[in-house]
Design a protein around this ligand. Sequence first.
Ligand SMILES: [Zn+2]
Length: 63
Amino acid sequence: MSKEICSVNNCGREAVKSLPSSYMPLFQQLGLKVSLKGKRIKLCREHYREIKKIRKMVKRSLF
Ligand SMILES: [Zn+2]
């Protein structure tokens, strides 16, 4: 099995998590460019943590 690399442009770290492509707008809010191959966004630990944080904030402001 080959190593997955984080989908965020210019990151290059190893991906440890993946999220469905429905998360794309959150990346845009963060100003991150993501190259999507297939249906899932591959993420390194740092970007995964970042996106989780943002997701919580977005949820709070929506509901
Ligand atoms: Zn990354």
